[in-house]
Design a protein around this ligand. Structure first.
Ligand code: ADP
Length: 511
């Protein structure tokens, strides 16, 4: 049922784009619909239903041919004659051509075309200004390899009359000029790192304003303000991350060729062990711009906008480079979990993510290290990660439960601002809490520090509570409080889970 809803939605989108004269995009939707119908047909046993669907397919494919015909005709009008029609890697053509990676849909611009004039994917798309306020009919510039192509295009050879105005603005600024702006900002003004008003701001011209705002608001965290010292234990992981992110920035010449920085790093481990904290510390300590996205929000929050969001995310990351893109719950992208509808969205998100990750590649190819975009992903379910994504997350590190010394240091970090009674022996408490995750330990501390207050206000009425002197509430936390709290908070990770992580790391890990 959900598949059918998705199908209807795609039909609607395809037709809307076609009506708006946005043929290239319409073609992509049409192809998706035909694929979906084909899939549906294969699953049908009832002959009469099959016949009916075959007829639908035939009718729709005629419509598709018609739209494709218009799209091709328009393409042949473009004055950018350097691109023979047969070679033009439009999104439509990409559908029929062999892909570089079977998991990628649609595929990136073939490598051999990257230095050549850019394919004008959305030439007519940009020319016809679709009603931006209409839901679902928003326009975001194409990204990744094709965008690099746009920048590489010589000034005198930019498109034709079609799609000229906004495209020109775009190619004049992207990506070289914008990156230069960042470098200038960094070199001349150390304020950039202090979040000053002068900080270069991503120019949203030509992009979907809502999406840019959503990214600026929800996803970019300029100064996460988590330092290595705020994270207990995990020395090995910290060292590795430092090596992966800081060293290439310090010694870009060394990290070239075979020593190129990792495209992506995957942190694997039970929930609540500090993976997010590590990512934030990387951004803080390495002074990279931090993009914090959760995969589930990518696949659901911005429904229908998800691939655009991914493209924009990387585009902005390149602009604010060096950047760290942290993707939490990466397993939910392209995984087999979720409904058909969710699956379809996340499949498209995954495809875009693969394309973009192929485009980042650290500072390889003699690029400037300050342009580094590092993808840092985290998962509690590594076994759900799809093969293609796993391949791109080249370095896989284990983030284990804290050992006894790490537990003690975690208790200390959490209790920094809390007064502790003399009878409390944190080492003893840490020893007893074996198997607790960092998040479990934080909960124990929180609970213990609330115990004395709870005791004090028991049986009091709100008025009496309000009248209590502050000092009476701020009683030191006692050993008994810790004991009570650890009884209330139980371990969230089982021994079985741990075995699963270890087995996965033995097979796929790289530490
Ligand atoms: P994950 O991303 O691995 O699920 P988080 O990094 O979000 O876990 O950690 C959740 C919370 O648990 C943190 O906000 C912090 O309070 C606590 N925590 C977990 N691990 C650590 C650690 N190693 N050091 C300090 N606090 C930790």
């Amino acid at each position: 049922m959900t598949d059918l809803q998705e199908l209807c939605e795609n039909v609607k989108m395809g037709r809307e784009y076609a009506l708006l004269g946005n043929y290239d995009t319409a073609v992509v939707y049409y192809q998706g619909v035909l694929q979906q119908i084909q899939k549906h047909l294969v699953s049908l046993k009832d002959v009469s239903k099959r016949n009916m669907w075959q007829q639908v397919r035939q009718e729709f494919s005629q419509e598709y041919e018609h739209v494709k015909g218009i799209s091709n005709t328009l393409a042949s009008f473009r004055s950018d004659g350097s691109y023979p029609q047969s070679n033009r890697p439009s999104r439509g053509a990409a559908y029929e051509e062999p892909t570089r990676d079977p998991d990628v849909w649609p595929p990136p611009t073939p490598a051999e075309n990257q230095g050549r004039p850019a394919p004008n994917y959305g030439g007519n798309r940009r020319n016809v200004q679709p009603a931006r306020d209409r839901p679902g009919v928003r326009d975001v510039k194409p990204s990744g390899p094709d965008r690099r192509g746009v920048a590489a295009r010589p000034a005198g050879n930019r498109g034709g009359a079609v799609g000229r105005s906004s495209d020109d603005k775009y190619s004049a600024k992207r990506p070289a000029d914008r990156v230069k702006k960042v470098e200038k900002g960094r070199a001349s003004s150390p304020k950039r790192q202090q979040g000053s008003e002068d900080e270069p701001k991503f120019d949203a011209t030509g992009y979907d304003k809502d999406l840019v705002e959503a990214l600026e608001r929800d996803i970019i965290q300029r100064h996460p303000n988590i330092h290595w010292g705020d994270i207990a234990g995990l020395e090995e992981a910290k060292k590795l991350l430092q090596e992966a992110v800081i060293l290439p920035l310090i010694m870009p010449d060394f990290f070239k060729g075979i020593r190129r920085p990792w495209k992506g790093i995957l942190m694997v481990g039970p929930p609540g062990t500090g993976k997010t904290l590590l990512a934030k510390a990387v951004a803080t300590e390495c002074k990279t711009t931090f993009f914090n996205v959760s995969s589930s929000s990518l696949s659901s929050k911005y429904r229908g906008e998800s691939e655009k969001l991914v493209r924009l995310l990387f585009e902005m990351a390149r602009f604010y480079a060096p950047s760290t893109i942290f993707i939490d719950e990466i397993d939910s992208i392209g995984s087999k979990r979720g409904t058909g509808d969710e699956h379809e969205t996340s499949r498209r998100v995954k495809a875009e993510l693969l394309i973009q990750m192929d485009g980042v590649g650290g500072v390889s190819g003699g690029e400037d290290a300050t342009k580094m975009v590092m993808v840092l992903a985290a998962t509690n379910f590594p076994w759900d990660i799809d093969e293609a994504l796993k391949r791109r997350l080249e370095k896989r590190i284990y983030i284990p439960l804290p050992d006894a010394p790490a537990r003690e240091s975690l208790l200390k970090i959490n209790l920094k601002e809390v007064e502790i009674a003399d009878d409390v022996n944190l080492k003893l408490i840490a020893d007893k809490l074996e198997g607790y995750s960092g998040a479990d330990l934080t909960n124990v501390c929180r609970d213990a520090s609330l115990m004395s207050m709870r005791r004090r206000i028991a049986d009091l009425k709100p008025d009496q509570i309000r009248a209590l002197p502050k000092a009476e509430l701020h009683m030191p936390v006692t050993a008994e409080d810790f004991q009570d709290a650890s009884k209330k908070v139980s371990k969230s990770v089982s021994a079985e889970d741990l075995k699963k992580y270890e087995a996965w790391m033995n097979e796929f890990g790289s530490t």
